[in-house]
Design a protein around this ligand. Structure first.
Ligand SMILES: NC(=O)C1=CN([C@@H]2O[C@H](COP(=O)(O)OP(=O)(O)OC[C@H]3O[C@@H](n4cnc5c(N)ncnc54)[C@H](OP(=O)(O)O)[C@@H]3O)[C@@H](O)[C@H]2O)C=CC1
Ligand SMILES: O=C(CO)[C@H](O)[C@H](O)COP(=O)(O)O
Length: 476
């Protein structure tokens, strides 16, 4: 008998937590996994909520227990595992049923999957879910890309389980097909930049100022209630204060300094470049993770390349403001990329609503997002957050600190790639006259690419003086 309103395939970290969240809000959920022991563990750990969970042991049993039109949520790795599961389950579904991918997926693949399923009458939803295990269990932030029909079907359940910010559910139908996964991808890109900038400030305190771990934790702790207030600063304080029970050492000092990455940061940068945009602070964060992985080379390089004597590191209040400026700029880059995608794919993304649903539940939730939501609802000259009156004032106050920190780090030979990329972007935007006139001259000289003049219309070429020294050398 069809009993369940939704089915969740994949009972790993996220699938299991979402199933319990739905059950707690009174929804009947069918659960399935390729691994029967995951189902047993999910049922055993559900306590009284087990009454609302319906364990299934085969795909046909899973589909049969779902009310029609069916809604099947996959919480498994994107890519080949998902494609394989879609190929199997589509044979069992009926016209009007909906497949939802709640994992982190490349939005291009989401669009292709939606287009592939549509002729057979199946709906496909790409839904970004953020908040990690705790978010999924007690209230995630969700970014839904779907048809209006699928949104109407899913909305009551998603509203019920979403995180709430002052009563507002942190879930939105952001656009069609790939829009939800695109927005989630950019969310993760911002997450990468925020984490990297926090790590850069930690590095300045550790390697520049020579502070002990407890002192660094104290500094971050003091920022928890100020303008940097956020989930990621909270996680930083907890990380810095956790002691390994086996050794009695600070756990963070025992963790290998090679960062992992599953792809969403990289996708943000790739899509930004494809759209003719730059997300340089996010790119620097992706690159920093990649460089961190080259541990053996770095250890060797420390002895082969000249050391730099660290100079004075700015005081905590300056570090705090610098981190705030960097955070604002990373978000501004992310929102700029989303705006470009919205135009390119005709999505009509509502950036203010996106900021609103990121105010609770997700990994990048922070006090800043409330300001961003306000700024995005207001006047946004040239579509740039850095020009909104709210953020202009914030940046005017905090950019001098960012300059001070980037300068001190540079002179001390301490890498702050994300903070300095953010500052470089800000300084590029801030100049009415760039240096691209020289680039245009070079392009015309070596490739006859042409240029526009300030004093007359049309495309022109230069009558360049002299000859190229390198050409003379080669022919001589
Ligand atoms: N963890 C997090 O903080 C977040 C994760 N996500 C995304 O959610 C999705 C699930 O992540 P998470 O729950 O953390 O991952 P887990 O590794 O905890 O669970 C993955 C689940 O997918 C199943 N699975 C793996 N490969 C296959 C396959 N080839 N066919 C069928 N099932 C398969 C696993 O089964 P088995 O145990 O048998 O391998 C398991 O049930 C991912 O797309 C991830 O990117 C999104 C937001 C946050
Ligand atoms: O989506 C998330 C949060 O929003 C996940 O935590 C994400 O998988 C982390 O990415 P990575 O493993 O690349 O650091």
């Amino acid at each position: 008998m069809a009993k369940a309103e939704i089915g969740i395939f994949g009972q790993g970290t996220m699938g299991r937590a979402l199933a319990l969240n739905l059950a707690e809000r009174g929804h009947d959920v069918a659960i399935a996994s390729r691994d029967a022991s995951e189902i047993d563990a999910a049922m055993a750990g559900a306590g009284p909520l087990a009454a609302r969970l319906h364990p299934t042991r085969s795909l046909s049993e899973f589909v049969a227990i779902l009310r029609q039109p069916r809604a099947v949520l996959f919480m498994i790795p994107s890519g080949a595992p998902l494609d394989d599961m879609i190929a199997r389950i589509r044979l069992l579904l009926d016209v009007g049923d909906t497949i939802i991918d709640g994992g982190n997926a490349d939005f291009n693949a989401t669009r292709a999957r939606a287009a592939d399923l549509q002729p057979g009458g199946l709906h496909y939803v790409g839904m970004g879910v953020s908040g990690g295990e705790q978010g999924a269990r007690h209230g995630p932030s969700m970014m839904v890309g779907s048809s209006d029909q699928s949104w109407a079907q899913l909305r009551p359940m998603l509203h019920a389980i979403a995180a709430r910010f002052r009563g507002d559910p942190c879930v939105a139908h952001v656009g069609p097909d790939g829009a939800g996964h695109f927005v989630k991808t950019v969310h993760n890109g911002i997450e990468y930049a925020d984490m990297q900038m926090i790590a850069e400030i930690y590095g300045l305190m550790r390697d520049g100022a020579g502070l002990a771990l407890a002192q660094i934790a104290e500094r971050f702790d003091a920022w928890r209630d100020g303008p940097l207030q956020s989930f990621l600063i909270d996680t930083t304080v907890r990380a810095l204060r956790t002691v390994d029970p086996q050794t009695g050492h600070a756990l963070v000092d025992l963790i290998s300094d090679r960062a992992g990455q599953k792809g969403t940061g990289r996708w943000t940068v790739i899509e930004a470049l494809k759209l003719g945009q730059s997300a340089s602070a996010i790119e620097a964060a992706v690159a920093a993770r990649a460089w961190s992985a080259e541990k053996d080379m770095r250890v060797a390089a420390e002895h082969l390349l000249p050391a730099v004597q660290p100079g004075a590191i700015p005081p905590p209040e300056v570090l705090e403001q610098a981190l705030l400026a960097g955070r604002i700029l990373a978000h501004a880059q992310g929102f700029r990329v989303m705006q470009a995608a919205s135009e390119a794919y005709d999505w009509s993304l509502d950036p203010a609503r996106i900021a609103e649903i990121w105010r609770a539940g997700c990994i990048i939730r922070s006090a800043l997002l409330d300001d961003l939501a306000l700024a995005l609802r207001g006047d946004l000259p040239f579509g740039h957050l850095v020009l909104s009156p709210v953020l202009r004032a914030r940046l005017t106050a905090s950019i001098p600190a960012l300059r001070q920190v980037v300068a001190a780090a540079t002179l001390s030979g301490l890498a702050v790639p994300s903070l300095s990329a953010a500052l470089g972007w800000y300084d590029s935007l801030r100049r009415g006259r760039s240096t691209a006139n020289l680039i245009q001259a070079q392009r015309d000289m070596f490739g006859a690419h042409g240029f526009h003049r300030l004093d007359r219309p049309g495309t022109h070429h230069g009558d360049w003086v002299g000859e190229l020294q390198s050409t003379k050398d080669n022919t001589g």
